[in-house]
Design a protein around this ligand. Structure first.
Ligand code: SAM
Length: 323
């Protein structure tokens, strides 16, 4: 079974919206409908009508592959959100605090924005930026459905947002989930495998590979710029960086570049970055073994989309504002 097919057969993950109630309350509502909660370390297939709490991400539940929940009452009323498990990791790595102030740099359609608001108990503020007005409208609809009243959405290129604007002085953590190649998304993974097979058969032209490489370079330039921009907000102590890409160019190489380009942030240690998740980063792009171990990778064969998460923590104060 190739990886993409394994993920397609992986569990249906659901994130509990803590604004609506604790995980236990959602569990009890599913149980009242006849679903049976089972234990276990997260491996193995779930039997029909059983579900479990995810062992790595505390507010995630897993249902049998193919469970159709789109029209479920708990989804419709925003009590739970259909969200891939791997995409639930970045908000935990950002560690937003109830009553604190967070920013989401590339926020639409808003799953991670609403996840941060959930972890904050809907107390404090989340500034959510996206340059795409239509996608931002979706964010406003989805965060309203999730009952998040602390989200301030703004249509802007994040790179144009002034980090020294007094409105953002209290921002203490940032989530940066920028545009990426999407090569970890399962459907596209199938497409990539198909493209690879076509390439082996000689159907792909060399110019395709050159165009792909140029596109990855452009994406990586933006990804690094967005992370570095988030680090310029003087109160930011923590930055979570994620992609749904499987390419090292957009993942470890971006991390290495960010570490080389500034001296105020280091990588968060493994015990702060989904520590029990076994698949860690690649020792590439000049990263040490310890640095690679602090990064999270997920692959379709883990039952999730292909995904990457890094956490950065401030280790030196910001420079004083220019006179
Ligand atoms: N974090 C989102 C979520 O979990 O729902 C998904 C974000 S998606 C991977 C990347 C987003 O970045 C897109 O909505 C895109 O419009 C936005 N984007 C791209 N360039 C941007 C920029 N310069 N400033 C702000 N947003 C940007």
């Amino acid at each position: 079974v190739r990886g993409a097919a394994a993920a397609a057969a992986g569990p249906r993950f659901v994130r509990v919206n803590l604004i609506a109630g604790p995980v236990e309350a959602a569990v009890a509502r599913f149980e009242a409908e006849g679903w049976r909660l089972v234990g276990g370390g997260g491996g193995g297939e779930l039997e029909p009508r059983t579900f479990r709490r995810d062992p790595h991400v505390p507010d995630v539940l897993a249902f049998p592959a193919g469970t159709e929940l789109h029209a479920h009452a708990l989804v419709r009323d925003g009590s739970v959100v259909l969200q891939d498990k791997a995409s639930c990791m970045p908000a935990h790595v950002a560690r937003p605090r109830p009553g604190g102030v967070a920013l989401d740099a590339c926020a639409a359609p808003g799953n991670k924005t609403s996840h941060m608001a959930s972890l904050m108990g809907n107390r404090g503020r989340v500034f959510a930026f996206d340059k795409d007005r239509a996608r931002l409208a979706t964010l406003e609809r989805l965060t309203a459905r999730a009952r998040c009243s602390i989200v301030a959405a703004r249509c802007a290129s994040f790179l144009d947002v002034d980090p020294r604007d007094p409105r953002y002085a209290a921002v203490e953590c940032a989530l940066v989930d920028p545009s990426c190649s999407g090569s970890g998304i399962v459907d596209r993974m199938d497409a990539l495998v198909d493209a690879h097979i076509a390439g082996v058969r000689g159907a792909a032209q060399p110019s395709d590979a050159a165009a792909d490489a140029a596109r990855l370079r452009r994406l990586a330039d933006f990804q690094a710029a967005a992370v570095l921009h988030a680090m310029r907000f003087p109160g930011v102590q923590r930055v979570s960086y994620s992609t749904c890409s499987v390419h090292a160019e957009e993942n470890e190489a971006v991390v290495a570049r960010v570490l080389r380009s500034q001296a105020e942030f280091s990588l968060a240690p493994r015990d702060q970055v989904i520590p029990t998740w076994p698949r860690r980063g690649l020792e590439t792009a000049g990263l040490t073994a310890a640095q690679a171990a602090s990064l999270v990778r997920a692959l379709p064969e883990d039952g999730t989309h292909g995904f990457f998460v890094a956490g950065f923590v401030r280790t030196a104060p910001p420079p004083p504002p220019a006179a």
